[in-house]
Design a protein around this ligand. Structure first.
Ligand code: ADP
Ligand code: MG
Length: 612
């Protein structure tokens, strides 16, 4: 007997749904994309219970005639492509014809739609992939799709949904993304009857970003306008180097107005900031990459969040250079030699391809220890870079005399907790950033910033555990505006922050007043720290484990309150820091997992001098 059988449609659809419908936000993504493809000028998204009970998207797009409304739920039913060749140049957001079939197979769906001039609208009802009803209804031109009880027929999937707050966070983020990518479309987002986002049609990205994020956000951004039309135009905004995040969550990347998560673009963006931002720190960005349609393959992933570029190296160059030019025009870096500022705008109309000048790799990193996570002013960074360049130059000129880089790395080792001695004697500072000290086994380099971070982290965690707070009242409360996504997590995060000595008050709408902050935190750091936490303490981590979130708050506080690099320390201060460090729970690694102490053992020194 043969064993192979073709799966029934509803089973096949549920399998496809596994790839397309991960959570309420992925349903919203598909529906919003359909509305955009239908030429809508107004899109409204309404949710209840984090999108599980209800997720409704209405638009005023072209709508569907009755036959299409029924056909739309078939797998591989699409109006957007017809032939294989069409896959080569996709100008719509959708094209796989899978989304509606997938969604309908795992929820109760009601679609109401009407085309211009029709005598009546059509309402189609489908439950778990089974068509229940098709009838006349009333609806103006456009389409409304209500998706209820997501995963009602797949308990295993339902179990994997996160807390309501988490889902709301993802949904808010998603709506924000699409609203930014399509300023000309009016967006409204309603959560449990409350309007969270309301953006009227805007004339450009700048105006839309203002509607969503407020004036303060825009003030701190640098405009990007570069690349060329033949390979990739790169436009949008990036943050100034002083504005920094510890994750890529504030990077909004779009390719031909499709929201993507692309590692290559993320990397090129970071390369644009090379030598300005330390490792592990990310800029915020709103970047739009426009390429000719045939230059990019969007048919890579069912959720269409990944793309493949035909000339990916050239696109990477364009992104990096455009970011570099933006930073240079604000004098953060010297202007790149290969791309004068003017080409950015001139390139749009130019017909001849811009000659691509080969990318010269940056000088090798200096043969000293890894760069610490700095929290420094522009001036300090400039000094830092100078030191790096100098040591890189001296490294290059003295290359032949130096051992290869990796042997230098082996030379100084991370100190393990077991080999840590209590008998540490500070001698001085290197670059006003690292304490030079000795112990019984050799020479030590202690990263002063991360060492202090560890001390403060332990202190904050202990205070919190004992339910004591140590805070300073601000003379004048500081106010700041939350982004919609930050506002979605604020209410959950605020009680946790208060345990650490913050006093926060939600004023009207998305404005928050800070009345008190933890005792050691410099006043100027409070705002940065709050923004960073609200952006990165993902609601997911919160509901997963309160402890994880508390650690994250303590780590962030410690980082912002700790002494910086490039800061001279008096001998007593070094002594104090080492003593305190030795009393902490983990004197050899910082709360983010980086090493605090490196050791050059006496044995290795002797070997180096050929004495043993
Ligand atoms: P795809 O978007 O990949 O074509 P979908 O399953 O998302 O596949 O949608 C199937 C078809 O239903 C679309 O090709 C489109 O013709 C139609 N459709 C879906 N949503 C809408 C809408 N909001 N307005 C008009 N037509 C729509
Ligand atoms: Mg679609």
């Amino acid at each position: 007997m043969s064993k192979i059988r073709v799966l029934a449609d509803h089973v096949a659809n549920q399998i496809a749904a596994g790839e397309v419908v991960e959570r309420p936000a992925s349903v919203a993504k598909e529906l919003v994309e359909n509305s955009i493809d239908a030429g809508a000028r107004r899109i409204t998204i309404e949710i209840e219970a984090g999108g599980r009970r209800l997720l409704k998207v209405s638009d005023n797009g072209e709508g569907m005639v009755r036959d299409d409304a029924v056909l739309a739920f078939e797998r591989h039913a699409t109006s957007k492509i017809r032939e294989t060749e069409d896959l080569g140049a996709i100008g719509t957001l959708g094209f796989r014809g899978e989304a509606l079939a997938s969604i309908a197979s795992v929820a109760r769906v009601e679609l109401t739609t009407c085309v211009e001039g029709a005598s009546a609208a059509t309402r189609v009802t489908i439950d778990g992939g089974r068509m229940r009803d098709v009838k006349d209804a009333a609806h103006p031109r456009g389409t409304t799709i209500a998706v209820r009880d997501l995963f009602f027929n797949i308990p295993a999937r339902r179990k994997f949904l996160r807390s309501e707050a988490t889902e709301i966070y993802h949904l808010t983020n998603l709506v924000t993304h699409y609203a930014l990518a399509h300023p000309e479309i009016a967006f409204t987002f309603v959560n449990n009857g409350r309007e969270v986002v309301r953006a009227a049609p805007a004339k450009d990205l700048r105006e839309r970003a203002y509607q969503i994020f407020g004036a303060e956000f825009l003030e701190n951004l640098l405009e990007v306008n570069g690349g060329d039309a033949l390979v990739a135009r790169v436009t949008g905004y990036v943050s100034a180097p002083r504005d920094r995040r510890t994750s890529r969550d504030s990077q909004y990347l779009f390719v031909n107005r499709r929201f993507v998560r692309d590692r290559m673009i993320g990397r090129s963006l970071s390369e644009g900031y090379r030598s300005i931002l330390p490792h592990g720190v990310y800029p915020a960005a709103l970047l739009f990459i426009e390429t000719p349609l045939e230059e990019v393959d969007v048919n890579v992933h069912p959720a269409k969040t990944e793309v493949r570029f035909r000339r990916s190296a050239a696109v990477a160059d364009a992104v990096r250079e455009a970011v570099r030019v933006a930073l240079a025009s604000a004098s953060y870096v010297p202007p790149p030699e290969s791309a004068p500022v003017a080409t950015a705008t001139a390139a749009v109309s130019s017909i001849a391809p811009q000659p691509r000048i080969e990318f010269v790799p940056p000088p090798p990193p200096p043969p000293v220890v890894q760069r610490p996570p700095v929290e420094a002013s522009g001036e300090e960074i400039a000094r830092d870079i100078e030191v790096m360049i100098q040591s890189a130059q001296s490294f290059q000129s003295a290359k032949s005399a130096f051992p290869p880089l990796n042997s230098a790395e082996k030379f100084a080792r991370e100190v393990t907790p077991e080999s840590l001695s209590r008998n540490i004697r500070p001698l001085g500072q290197l670059d006003e950033s690292f304490i030079i000290a000795t112990d019984d086994e050799g020479l030590l380099l202690i990263d002063q910033h991360v060492a202090h971070e560890r001390v403060l982290f332990d202190k904050y965690r202990a205070l919190e555990a004992e339910r004591r707070t140590d805070s300073q009242q601000l003379l004048v409360p500081e106010t700041f505006d939350l982004t919609p996504a930050q506002a979605a997590v604020f209410d959950d995060l605020a009680p946790e922050l208060e345990k650490y000595g913050f006093e926060l008050m939600r004023l009207s709408g998305r404005t928050v007043a800070v009345k008190a902050i933890p005792a050691d935190l410099p006043t100027g750091e409070a705002r940065n720290m709050l923004a960073e936490l609200l952006d990165t303490v993902d609601a997911e981590k919160k509901s997963a484990a309160r402890d994880t979130m508390r650690d994250e708050i303590a780590a962030s506080l410690a980082c912002h309150a700790a002494i910086k690099v490039n800061m001279p320390l008096a001998p007593e201060k070094m002594r104090w820091l080492i003593d305190r460090l030795l009393q902490t729970s983990s004197p050899t690694t910082c709360p983010h997992g980086r090493p605090i102490i490196l050791r050059l053992s006496t044995r290795d020194i002797l070997k180096g001098f050929h004495r043993i």
